[in-house]
Ligand binder design. Structure first.
Ligand SMILES: NC(=O)c1ccc[n+]([C@@H]2O[C@H](COP(=O)([O-])OP(=O)(O)OC[C@H]3O[C@@H](n4cnc5c(N)ncnc54)[C@H](OP(=O)(O)O)[C@@H]3O)[C@@H](O)[C@H]2O)c1
Length: 346
């Protein structure tokens, strides 16, 4: 038994429900790997779990819950049937919750060798956001060189990953950011054009950049931009929907229920007759509900990790917090002012 530490949420609520607790962790089962975590990725979704609004956390796990979808670290011990790893190997891993922890037991097929080009912090910052972006770009939207894309929140985790995958696929990416000081991060991620929606008219500028519309638009804002995103698709354009952040409080910790209900009512419902007439598609995904599709996600990791090793893809900028400061990290990402990714150090 190892004495370990993790963040635990007994019941949904404000930042103070993120409590650091000690727990004991046992030996790996035959197909498992015991990992000593070096860094755990923080995602915007983790705060939605804290608020009690994340459907897969309720349906696939329930509360109490430890959030976290990814870690990097060292293998301490492997189960009797595991041949891919041995004690001492440095790894990066996908978790379905539980990542905010000092130690983890994971099925070995969710664990991958850490590319030498990535530090532990960088390795923990990659899986969720790049896998989400890879899934949308290569499994749903099918990137084609020469396309024009618009990526919302292009300085953030998934947005930055989308910009990089777009550039790699030969697409011209326009990134939208919520503050002027994020423009540099969006450009570094691969955006040819950057629109600061706080300082300029988002859609007027978008129309100047792509008068015929965009071939793909990636939108995790929901109600605040979704309708206009659909209207700015070119014929055969695809709108990829993967989140609804604009319904949620900006750094206030708990949902404002009347506004949430109003925004839910106002969220566009797309009309198949209009979609057909205009040759526009709306596609969507939620990766946490795809955990049962392990082989597909493993294929994504096997596509991504060599490209980090070769330098075709670069890790996002990373800001680290102590595990016990998980509340500060979540407040930061929910403020809407972070760039790149945040990680926790156990
Ligand atoms: N469907 C999936 O499988 C999946 C997987 C991963 C992530 N996601 C979603 O993708 C989005 C990005 O996730 P991430 O972890 O990479 O986060 P992030 O983009 O690093 O940070 C969130 C960003 O969202 C924007 N935003 C819009 N409304 C906001 C609000 N009310 N409060 C705070 N921020 C707001 C802000 O950027 P700007 O102001 O610059 O726009 C903010 O920086 C989230 O909505 C997340 O739920 C979905």
């Amino acid at each position: 038994m190892i004495q370990a530490r993790r963040i635990r949420i007994e019941k949904p609520g404000d930042y103070d429900v993120l409590r650091l607790e000690a727990f004991a962790i046992g030996a790996p089962r035959p197909n498992q790997v015991l990992i000593e975590v070096a860094a755990a990725g923080v995602n915007y979704a983790d705060g939605i779990i804290r608020m009690g609004l994340y459907e897969s956390a309720k349906k696939l796990h329930g509360y109490p819950i430890t959030p976290g979808f990814e870690v990097s670290g060292r293998v301490l011990e492997v189960g009797a049937a595991v041949r891919r790893f041995k004690a001492g190997d440095e790894v990066v891993a996908l978790t379905l919750f539980d990542g905010y922890s000092s130690h983890l037991l994971l099925e070995h097929d969710r664990v991958f060798a850490r590319p030498a080009s990535l530090s532990f912090d960088q390795a923990a910052a990659v899986p969720t956001v790049f896998l989400t972006a890879w899934f949308m770009v290569h499994e749903l939207a099918h990137a084609r060189a020469g396309e024009r894309w618009l990526v919302h929140s292009a300085a953030g985790g998934v947005g930055g990953a989308l910009a990089q995958l777009g550039r790699l696929a030969g697409c011209e990416v326009t990134g939208v950011v919520g503050h002027a000081d994020k423009a540099g991060a969006a450009r570094a991620a691969g955006c040819t054009h950057v629109i600061d929606k706080a300082g300029e008219d988002l859609w007027r500028r978008a129309e100047a950049i792509a008068p015929g519309g965009f071939d793909a638009i990636f939108d995790a804002n929901g109600v605040s931009t979704l309708g206009q995103s659909y209207r700015h698709l070119a014929p055969t354009g695809r709108l990829c929907v993967f989140g609804f952040a604009s319904m949620l409080p900006r750094g206030r910790g708990v949902p404002q229920w009347p506004r949430l209900a109003w925004d839910w009512l106002r969220t566009p419902r797309f009309n198949p007759l209009d979609m057909t007439r205009r040759n526009r598609s709306v596609i969507a995904c939620n990766l946490s509900f795809l955990s049962a599709q392990g082989p597909r996600l493993i294929r994504g990791m096997e596509w991504l990790l060599p490209r980090f090793a070769s330098g075709e893809l670069a890790p996002p900028p990373v800001t680290a917090y102590a595990l016990g400061d998980a509340a500060r990290a979540q407040a930061a990402i929910e403020s809407g002012r972070t760039v790149g990714k945040l990680v926790l150090h156990p």
